[in-house]
Structure formats: structure tokens, C-alpha cells
Design a protein around this ligand. Structure first.
Ligand SMILES: *Cc1c(COP(=O)(O)O)cnc(C)c1O
Length: 301
């Protein structure tokens, strides 16, 4: 069986200077520390898929991702640790030449990469396409991009075990919204849950999230898509400076795609008085630090 996670997540309070006593507490749940490669939320999302693949006597996992995808690396590592092979369907033929550090890491973890055109990649949810893939890559269990889907949500419910009672606000970065959905399902309804979406116009993910929530929970969480910095994967000097300043104050590394944008948003909300004075805020560090490889020379950590 898998030897992941290697380390237990823990809660780290932020330096009070960072939030200037505007609320009672701001802390971070460090899911990034559980494993050097399968960091953050990806392990929780994958665990039931790995189990299902093993129960189906599959040879491996086949999944989808871009050239910087945390999900692809996490799948490669988790599959290897579980004695399964892995195939990554990679978006864009150009990715074969550019070979990002992410893709090199996937190869090092024995993942077979298959580069497809953007048009083919867009068929990633088509049942017909899955049939074609199943015929071509026999014995592989297909997992959706980002580990989305019911088993991913179920796996994310586990994260709530590390959230003690007493927190009033949970903040989590959301791409597919799978992680947020699991946390929302598992926590008491009185707790506020907010998703910070790093895509332009990202609030559209609500309809995907609600597919996995009972109707009475459809409006039980908030989505913010103001802090996308130009769109998914985009960054500017201000964001990088924020990441460096955050590290200097709190000794916590953030990733540029997800958690930096969330913390930037939380900081602006704190300054604007969005949270009540008695708020106890827990932000989820969902990992993804390997995605910083392209800005390594600009970071102090
Ligand atoms: C994948 C990822 C997310 C998004 O998780 P979803 O479950 O798709 O919403 C957030 N943060 C990091 C660091 C990630 O790698």
C-alpha cells in the first residue's frame, strides 16, 4: 500500500503583525508538508481513486494535465508508491519540446507522457474519448483532470479531520472546487467556507461544486474570483513580492498559482474589514510548491 502521507499536517498560526490584530486569529493548515512531491490536497483527492484502481486490478492510472500540473506529478508519485503504473495525457503538442520541470519530474516518477493537441485534450470528459483511451491503453483506470469527481470529493472530506472546532472561517484555494466541496460536506454548517479561485471569472465552478453537494448546501459557501492576477498561472511582480514578504514574516512558502493568490485576497479582505473582529480564520495550504520552479530565482525561499 501507499506510504503517503509521510508526515502529519499541522496548524501554524501566522505572525500577528501580518493581520495587525484585526481578527482573533489567522492560521494555516500545512497540508504542504505531508510529502515532498504529493504535497497538499492532491493526495487526499487521489486516495480513493488509487484504491478503486487496485480493487479493479488495474495496471495503472491514466489522467490528464497541463505542463505545470501539480495533479500530474502527484498522480505519478502516488501511483508509483501504490505499485501502479501511470500515464499522463498532456495538453498541447508544444509541451513535448518545452519539457517543464513538472513534466521531467513526472518522467522521473515513471509516468508515461502522451502529448495531445488542445482539441483532443478538450475531449477529456467525453465518454467516447475514454473508450478510445481504454482500448489504446488497456488496464488503465481513468481519473479526471485535477482528481475531480465524487471519489475526489470523498477523499477531500478527510482534510476536515485536521480542522478543529472553534474556527469560524475556512479559506481554501479552488481550481476544480473538489477540495472545497469535500471540506464543506464534512464541516458543521455554521463554519464559513470560502473558495479563492485563481481563474478569471472563476465563480463558474459553483455549478460543478454543487453537483456534489445536497441542495441545502448549494449556497452554503462563498467563491471569490477577484484575485486571479490576469488568469490561471499568470503572475506579476506584486504577487512575487507578496510571496517573499509573506515568507519573511511567517516562514511559510506559498505557490504562485494557488495559495499566494488566496493569501493575497485574504490580506485585502482583512484590511477592508471583511471578517468580524472575533473571527478565527484557518487558511488551507494546499501545497503545489513545485509550480514555483519557473520563478525560483525571484524568490527568497
Ligand atoms: C490543485 C490545487 C488546488 C485546487 O484544488 P481543487 O480541488 O481542484 O479545487 C489548490 N491549491 C493547490 C496548491 C493545488 O495544487
Amino acid at each position: 500500500m501507499a506510504t503517503i502521507p509521510e508526515y502529519e499536517p499541522y496548524i501554524q498560526p501566522l505572525n500577528a503583525h501580518w493581520y495587525q490584530d484585526s481578527v482573533e486569529e489567522v492560521s494555516i493548515l500545512r497540508l504542504d508538508v505531508i510529502h515532498p512531491v504529493v504535497s497538499g490536497n492532491k493526495w487526499y483527492k487521489l486516495q480513493h481513486y488509487l484504491k478503486a484502481a487496485q480493487e479493479a486490478y488495474a495496471d495503472g492510472i491514466l489522467t490528464f494535465g497541463g505542463a505545470y500540473s501539480n495533479h500530474l506529478v502527484a498522480t505519478a508519485a502516488a501511483a508509483q508508491a501504490s505499485g501502479l503504473k501511470s500515464i499522463g495525457i498532456v495538453r498541447g503538442m508544444h509541451a513535448a519540446d518545452t519539457r517543464t520541470p513538472t513534466l521531467n519530474e513526472c518522467v522521473a516518477l515513471a509516468m508515461q507522457l502522451v502529448f495531445v493537441t488542445k482539441e483532443e485534450y478538450d475531449r477529456k470528459y467525453d465518454a467516447d474519448y475514454h473508450t478510445t483511451l481504454n482500448e489504446k491503453y488497456k488496464g488503465y483506470y481513468i481519473v479526471d483532470e485535477g482528481g475531480a469527481g465524487e471519489l475526489g470529493v470523498k477523499g477531500s472530506e478527510t482534510i476536515a479531520r485536521y480542522i478543529p472546532e472553534g474556527y469560524t472561517h475556512i479559506c481554501v484555494s479552488s481550481g476544480t472546487g473538489t477540495t472545497l466541496c469535500g471540506i464543506r460536506r464534512a464541516l458543521n454548517e455554521q463554519v464559513n467556507v470560502s473558495g479563492y479561485v485563481p481563474m478569471k471569472g472563476g465563480a463558474y465552478i459553483r455549478k460543478d461544486i454543487n453537483n456534489y453537494l445536497p441542495a441545502h448546501l448549494h449556497n452554503s459557501y462563498t467563491l471569490f474570483d477577484d484575485w486571479h492576477f490576469g488568469g490561471f498561472g499568470k503572475k506579476n511582480d506584486e504577487l512575487v513580492e507578496f510571496m517573499n514578504a509573506f515568507y519573511k514574516t511567517n516562514k511559510i512558502p506559498l505557490d504562485m498559482v494557488y495559495t499566494a493568490k488566496m493569501m493575497y485576497g485574504v490580506k485585502q479582505q482583512l484590511a477592508a474589514g471583511y471578517f468580524p473582529e472575533n473571527a478565527r480564520i484557518l487558511c488551507i495550504h494546499t501545497g503545489g510548491l513545485q509550480g514555483n520552479s519557473t520563478i525560483k530565482d525571484k524568490l527568497v525561499y
